[in-house]
Design a protein around this ligand. Structure first.
Ligand SMILES: [Zn+2]
Ligand SMILES: [Zn+2]
Length: 223
């Protein structure tokens, strides 16, 4: 059913659309799938068999993340840029100094930043931007710490997950989604994974589990 000659998407939005075509028949709760995916990812990370389990688990987690963005009508580029407009929203640096990190982003930094140029339009562009901001800081951290932070962000997002589109939760939820993205990009960078390449190889207009588009969620690998 999959057309192997269909060109792979080149933009973040194109990737979102491709994933939306593959997983159009998906379950209602992508949030739960994402949490379950994170659990599998944590298990795989412990075993660290990168080639066979670890890498697919990472890519599948990102797939559910994209599915959740699609379900909420988010443009991933916009969600990420709102929180990470080319700088660290906590210290304001193009390369995070780590010095002025506060628990809350500095609101004074936000208004002018949104109109900055240079918003990435590709998965690769986002991986590079987050690496530019946090790569140096993260290089001194163990991978387990990055996973811990990712898990923390997913937990925080879950606080709003019952009703992420209600007016009161909309902004906090999208900010949490941006944080999940940022820590995820940090992890793949730390592991020297080219996310865009690997993601497109795993989802070339079809589900790697059932080999179909749309995916019918028939095999355990579909999840
Ligand atoms: Zn910073
Ligand atoms: Zn499938």
């Amino acid at each position: 059913m999959a057309n192997s000659f269909r060109p792979l998407p080149t933009t973040t939005l194109g990737v979102q659309r491709m994933i939306s075509s593959i997983y159009s028949m998906g379950p209602d709760s992508y949030t739960e799938e994402m949490v379950a995916g994170l659990r599998r990812l944590a298990q795989a990370a412990r075993g660290r068999s990168k080639e066979e389990i670890y890498l697919p688990a990472l890519l599948d987690f990102f797939r559910w993340y994209v599915c959740l963005c699609n379900k909420l009508g988010y443009k991933l580029d916009d969600v990420l840029w709102y929180k990470y407009p080319g700088v660290c929203p906590y210290c304001g640096g193009e390369r995070c100094s780590g010095k002025y990190d506060s628990k809350e982003p500095n609101p004074a930094l936000f208004p002018g930043l949104m109109s900055r140029r240079g918003k990435p339009r590709t998965i690769r562009g986002w991986q590079r931007l987050i690496a530019k901001i946090y790569g140096q800081r993260n290089s001194t951290q163990v991978v387990e710490y990055l996973f811990e932070r990712l898990r923390g962000e997913v937990d925080e997002a879950m606080e709003f997950a019952d009703d992420p589109l209600s007016e009161q939760y909309q902004e906090p939820f999208s900010l949490e989604m941006a944080d999940i993205g940022a820590w995820f990009f940090s992890i793949v960078t730390r592991l020297e994974i080219d996310l865009e390449n690997e993601f497109l190889s795993r989802y070339p207009w079809k589900c790697p589990g059932c080999d179909s588009i749309p995916c019918f969620l028939l095999t355990s690998e579909c999840r």
